[in-house]
Design a protein around this ligand. Sequence first.
Ligand SMILES: [Zn+2]
Length: 507
Amino acid sequence: MQKFYITTPIYYVNSKPHIGHIYTTIAADTIARYHRMLGEQVFFLTGTDEHGAKIEKMAEKIGKKPQEFVNEISAKFQFIWDELNISNNRFIRTTEKAHIQAVQNSLQYLYDKGDIYLSKYKGLYCRECEQFKNEKDLVNGKCPEHNIEPEKVEEECYMFKMSAYQDRLLKLIKNDKLKIRPKKYKNEVLSFYKNGLKDVAFSRKNVKWGIVLPWDKSQTTYVWADAFLNYLTGLGWDGDVKKIPEMWPAYVHLIGKDILRVHTSIWPAMLLALNLPLPRQIFVHGFFLVNGKKMSKSVGNVIDPEDLISAYGTEATRYLLISATHFGDDSDVNLEKFNKKYNADLANGLGNLVSRIITMASKVQNSELDMQFKDIKELNSIVKIDKILQDYKKRFQDLEIDIALDLVQKVVKKCDSYISKVKLWELASKDNKKFCKILYNLLEILYIIGWMCLPFMPEIAWKIWKQLGIDIDNELKKSLNNIKIDNLELNFKIKKGDILFPRLKAL
Ligand SMILES: [Zn+2]
């Protein structure tokens, strides 16, 4: 069976979930659901990154123990994933005992083989990034991300011999053995490699909230070394390099562009050092802006995910975020745009089409909606649903998930205009046979729309099928690869349901 392993970054628990987190996770969920739809063996991992000086400080500030603090924030992530119908197979936390043990085992291995060595690190450290900065990354002497001056730090630490892997990595990136997409990010990484990879600090003194190095208890693991290994420990890996987890390597790591460099240097270098295969692809998605500005509390333009869910519901929130931009590009969003899109695509588009067809079909005897009316030429010459399904699959393979989603709208629009053109509602009394025939063909297309919606809005897909009298459990056992309009043998039992997407009031 084809294996498919997809990950989101593990989210740092310095804040509750924001729109960027939910976008990445919904996208990963959509892709995971699509691959399950093909009958593949899918593993979808997400989780929380819970160590570091910053967390220690934040907890202290509000008088909590770090563990207590991270438990609370991590629970908020798990709560919203339930709300958003996220189908992750596992939620990993870096404070889990098994993860800690595996990190210690693998770092011990790297230390024993000489890839980790004791040194002194002198550098400019941004506490907010939890990263050492190069002079040239600073703007007016400040971290451009956080607008604060980094501290000069000189301390004993253990370094990872990343420089030793630079040539091999560069080659792997160049020839797409480690594929970085969209292409512009591959180019960015290649130019970043031109300066050469330097060895990187892998531990810190004086940070208590972290994983203790097994050979030197005065040091704890630097956040990246700890966090990256989640991609393996989430699969149950215990740190033994001879035991590669069944689902490894990842088909794709989804990431934001802020963590591109570390994901294409530190992480694959660690894997080479551990003699483990590299992930096949790293895919970078864009950021959300509001009217051209980065969301921030001080500007007051933050869109809270909970507000989206309460305004639009789970399924439409998923739809609106995925359709907000081409996957991989930044997106400029605001609530007005979301409202417009909701009304146009969902209330007046998909929801209205389903309700129109089901209403007409519910007035006809179920026996008149059977196979005798199957005529794949009638409507398919206009909608060309098989061709659209081919395109849909291709888009998913290329991770163009927003374009795959847009194909649903394409089908909806074609059906709408066909119904208007033939004045279907008038045919009922004029030519009942023709009416039933067209209706049967439309119901078949609705059934396929259900399939197309399944990765994006699983509950909407089920609601569509339910109204058609389709057995959902039975559907979920099928593979999309076998869904073709001329193979369908459906007998519909129409049951009109509630409106899928109630109209929003004007702003
Ligand atoms: Zn910073």
